[in-house]
Each structure stands twice: as structure tokens, then as C-alpha cells.
Design a binder for this molecule. Sequence first.
Ligand code: ADE
Length: 229
Amino acid sequence: MKKIQIITIFPDMFKEVLSTSIVGRAMKKEVVDIVVHDLRKWTSDNHKTVDERPFGGGAGMLMTYEPIFKAVNELDPKHESYRIFTSPRGKLLKQAYVRELSCKENLLIVCGHYEGVDQRVIDNLMDTEVSIGEYVLSGGEIPAMVIVDSVTRLLNESLGNPESLTHESFDEEKYIEYDQYTRPEVIETSNGEKLSVPEVLLSGNHANIENWRKESAEKNSKKYKEINK
Ligand code: ADE
């Protein structure tokens, strides 16, 4: 079983996410073991301080080295986990990178906070920095959840098909799906217009349906490229 450990100053944020949906199911099936740790457990002062002002001045606070050092050494003493620090300046998380992470034996994710972290954490304790997108969030908890969710659903998938994780020719755009419809066959919009499902999907002709889906996926891929240029 793959183990994912998370170090955070907001452990409560993870409760719902880890007990619901795909991640919750994967935990129950023991596909993955996810453990959340409170960074403040590794502080030694009364205030449980995890941040300080930056040397050289400037706005904001930085996460300090000591508690992260102690936590990481206790939770991963032999450095057997792939250690990730969440940060907007990290490697962008795309589906191919998710797949790469899902092949690692264990993961240890440290959630970044405040205005950043003492650079020695990155240089001496971490293997990589991961960003979930080109925008700045107030903390690394949501990015950690994004990593856990995207990796876990691949692990789940691989249960039924062990080869899927070693598949080399991963097409970056394969996850762009064709349009889908379900019941009812006809819906009425607020201005009285009737919208029905494409005929072919009701035809029972599997070759035609396959063809329609392929074309729909191609159209969606093209549109995706256009709107993300
Ligand atoms: N922390 C703040 N913003 C982030 C982002 N976009 N990705 C990962 N960690 C972050």
C-alpha cells in the first residue's frame, strides 16, 4: 500500500476530504494510507511558533526550519518518501506529473504557508516543489488535497488494471472527454425551448456511437487548445 503523509498547520481542513468520495473509498479499500500531521506537534515553545520574520526585512512571515526538520526526520527517517513542498513557484501539476507521482512508493507533503519558507527547508529536506496552477493561494492545504485526490484516483484505477500505471505513451489530452447525456431524453429550458439528446446516442448502433464520441472528443480537444492559448 502506498502511504501519503501530510504535514500542515491546519490538520482539521483535511477531515472531510479524506473521509468522502474517491479518497475515502480508497482508504477503506486500503489502496492508500493517508496520515495528516499537525506541524505544531514539533514545536518546542509555549506559543507553538512555526513562523518568524525574514532576515533582511520585508513584509510577511516565513515558516522556520526547525519544526519541519524535526517532523520530516521523525516521519521519514530514512528518506524513503518522495518529499513535496507545495509552492506557487514549484513544478506545475499536470496529468503526466500526477501519473509520475502515483508511481512513487510513498509521498510526504509539507503544506507551505505565510509568505514562504526558510530556503534551507527546500534545499536540504525536500525533493521537489509542486504548484497546482499559476495563481497564489493563501496556503498549501488545498494544493495538498489536489495532489492527494489526483494521485489516489489513479491508484484506484490501477487496481483493476495494473498496467495502466506503467503505460509510457500517456497522451496529455486523453482526459478531455466527449459530451455526455443522461435521462431525461428531452428537457425544457426556461424560455420553453425543448432540448433533446443527439439521436445517435439513442440508436443502439455501437459503431456509430463510437464514431460520434471520437468526433466529440476531438472537437472538445480543439476547443480546449483554443481557449487555453
Ligand atoms: N501555495 C500558494 N499558492 C500555491 C499554488 N498555486 N500551488 C501550490 N502551492 C501554493
